[in-house]
Each structure stands twice: as structure tokens, then as C-alpha cells.
Design a binder for this molecule. Structure first.
Ligand SMILES: Cc1ncc(COP(=O)(O)O)c(C=O)c1O
Length: 357
């Protein structure tokens, strides 16, 4: 018998990334997807125009350095272009960061539960994922994360607002934490949802990056800016970090359509951020409705809410599916519901009114 191809063992046993599912059709009901933290609003017509224009040059490779986008981002955030690295979504940039700083045997610390891609990306690099449980109130346990630092630690992810719990790390908590982090360990503040934050005490990633030599910030155009399908994310950090993260990028990873759409989105940012504000207002309404129904939830500062159904998670998601709404289950733990279309959220509230907690 021929020998099987040798796949790296850590990859063979790796679970595949689970993306949010679509709702199966239900007769007479429009289907809604609240399972991927997407922006429910249609793309801006002005951005669509730029995309149509960019489509005329798809026979050419894109600018591998995303020069115009990098410059626009530098200007927008008051940093130099050398401090920026772009990638195929912020998950792509996450992978570039890990490749840049961690190899076999190195350790990467992050809270758990948090963004599902962290353990996968760590495993791909051959690094060890050190998962530090969230506090009972779903916040990052930063003192425990500091305790977990060893000589092998190369990277720490701090996800704020955290996916899937929506909780934020406060600036004070972060400043205390940074007194315990060696300066040669990179701390990446993953701010994929930061535009939805309304908590004034929350950690400010960019201000922290200016304050500490080993802090970088991760951002995305997928959520607030509504470009999830185009795959654009970026890091802002110390020049040597950004340079290393540019080196580990897949060449030509960010398409010309994505680059131009991201630049156009920055030009139309006011309009986009008004929409973000509407999503925040919907979140506040939805949270109030949940509390009225007796759900003791933590405040979310993201475009989703987290309901800890524990063992009943599967049952609840099945009820949502019957109403043609896809929510995101984390079996045995809870359900993440994206703040999407109001009709879908109303259907969820109706289910919750009769669902046994
Ligand atoms: C915390 C966090 N970081 C990063 C990402 C990656 O998003 P994208 O690759 O679309 O930028 C996500 C996506 O869900 C996320 O939740």
C-alpha cells in the first residue's frame, strides 16, 4: 500500500474555521443572517461606483504595497505610512503578525473565548496557543494573562470589543497590564469592532500604541465600513513591526478593487459612521428588550450581543432557524446574535419571549 502523504500533525488535527451559516429557507418568511457580524446595510452607491471603475483593471496585478490606501490610512490616523501594513482582511493581517513574530515552540497568549481564528493561526505557525479564560463577567482577565507570560511568549492578542462577548478592556486595566509585559513581547489590540464602542473608559488602541513601544493595533474594513467580501484589514504599529508584517503578506493579496473601495470608504467615512451609529442605537434597543425579558446580559460594545444559553444553545439556534434567522452558536456556551435587520431581531425577541431560559 502506498504511504499516505505526510501532512503536519498539528494541521491534520486542526478544526476547519467555522463561518457563520446562512438560514435555510422557510416558506413565507424572508431569511436573515445574523451569524457573521456583517453590516446589514447595502454598500454606499459612491463606493459601488469606485468598485465598478476598478473592475476595468482586473487584468493587471494590484499595487502590492497598497500605496494609496496606506497613505490614506496614515493621514486618517495621524501616523507615518511606514507604521502601516495591510492584508486580506484583518484575519489575514493576524496571520501575517503571527508569522512575523512566532515560530515553532513559541507561545501566543489570548483570552478565551475570543476570536476563533487565533488558535488556528497559532497552530499554523507551529506556535503554542495559551488560552486564558475570560472572567465570569466575560471581560479579559488581564492579570491572569500577565501571569501566563513566559520566556517563550512572543505575542499577546487583546481583543476589545471581544468577539463573541462584546465586552471591552478598560484603559486602566490595560495600563496596569502593560507594566507586567516585557517590552520585547508584542501586544496586538484587535479592534475589529472599535467603531461600535461607546464606552468612554474603554482602551484606546491607537493612543496606547503611541504610549508603549510594543503595542500595535489591528483594524478592518469588514464591519463598520461594510466591505466584508472585499477582504481588507490593516495593522498600525511600530515601524519594525509593520515592516515585518508587510514581509509576511501574500504578494498582491489585497485586490485593486478592495484597495480602491477602502480608499473611497475613508472618503465617505462620515456617511458610514452615521450608519454605525444607527446600528449602535439598534443594539441599545435590543439590549433593553432583552433585559426587559429577564436576560442578564453584559453590555456589548460591538455589533452583536452574547447570550449565554449553555446547554440550551443548540435548542435556541434551532428555534431561530425555524423562523428563518441564522444566529451563531458556540455549543455548550452561548449564542452570538449580530445586530442586523430589525425584522430579524424582532423575530428573535418573539422567540425569547417564550423560550425557557
Ligand atoms: C475580533 C476579530 N478580529 C478580526 C476579525 C477578522 O475580520 P476580517 O478578516 O473580515 O477583517 C474578526 C472577524 O470576525 C473578528 O471578530
Amino acid at each position: 500500500m502506498s504511504k499516505p502523504i505526510r501532512i503536519r500533525p498539528e494541521i491534520a488535527k486542526l478544526p476547519t474555521y467555522k463561518a457563520g451559516q446562512k438560514a435555510a429557507p422557510v416558506a413565507g418568511l424572508e431569511s436573515f443572517k445574523l451569524s457573521s457580524n456583517e453590516n446589514p446595510m447595502d454598500p454606499l452607491p459612491s463606493v459601488l461606483e469606485v468598485i465598478a471603475q476598478a473592475a476595468n483593471s482586473i487584468h493587471r496585478y494590484p499595487d502590492p504595497f497598497a500605496t494609496q490606501l496606506t497613505q490614506a490610512l496614515a493621514q486618517r490616523h495621524g501616523v507615518t505610512p511606514e507604521m502601516i501594513a495591510t492584508g486580506t482582511g484583518s484575519v489575514g493581517v493576524c496571520q501575517q503578525i503571527v508569522q512575523a513574530v512566532a515560530g515553532a515552540g513559541d507561545e501566543i497568549i489570548f483570552a478565551w473565548r475570543s476570536f476563533e481564528a487565533y488558535p488556528i493561526i497559532a497552530a499554523i505557525a507551529g506556535a503554542k496557543a495559551i488560552q486564558v479564560p475570560l472572567r465570569p463577567d466575560d471581560g479579559h482577565d488581564l492579570p491572569a494573562m500577565a501571569e501566563a507570560i513566559t520566556d517563550a511568549t512572543r505575542l499577546i492578542f487583546v481583543c476589545t470589543p471581544n468577539n463573541p462577548t462584546g465586552t471591552v478592556v478598560s484603559q486602566q486595566e490595560f495600563d496596569d497590564f502593560m507594566t507586567k509585559v516585557p517590552t520585547d513581547v508584542l501586544v496586538v489590540v484587535d479592534e475589529a469592532y472599535v467603531e461600535f464602542n461607546r464606552d468612554p473608559q474603554a482602551l484606546d488602541g491607537l493612543a496606547s500604541m503611541n504610549k508603549y513601544s510594543n503595542v500595535a493595533v489591528l483594524r478592518t474594513f469588514s464591519k463598520a465600513y461594510g466591505l466584508a467580501a472585499l477582504r481588507v484589514g490593516f495593522l498600525i504599529g511600530p515601524e519594525e513591526v509593520a515592516e515585518a508584517v508587510r514581509k509576511t503578506a501574500v504578494p498582491f493579496g489585497v485586490s485593486n478593487i478592495a484597495q480602491d473601495a477602502a480608499v473611497a470608504s475613508l472618503e465617505h467615512e462620515d456617511e458610514l459612521l452615521k450608519r454605525v451609529n444607527d446600528i449602535v442605537l439598534t443594539r441599545e434597543w435590543f439590549e433593553a428588550e432583552l433585559r426587559q425579558r429577564g436576560y442578564d446580559i453584559e453590555d456589548s460594545q460591538a455589533n452583536f450581543v452574547w447570550l449565554k444559553f449553555g446547554d440550551r444553545t443548540g435548542d435556541f439556534v434551532a428555534e431561530c432557524a425555524k423562523q428563518a434567522v441564522a444566529a451563531r452558536p458556540f455549543p455548550g456556551e452561548g449564542v452570538r446574535i449580530t445586530i442586523g435587520e430589525e425584522e430579524a431581531l424582532k423575530r428573535i425577541l418573539n422567540i425569547l419571549s417564550t423560550f425557557e431560559k
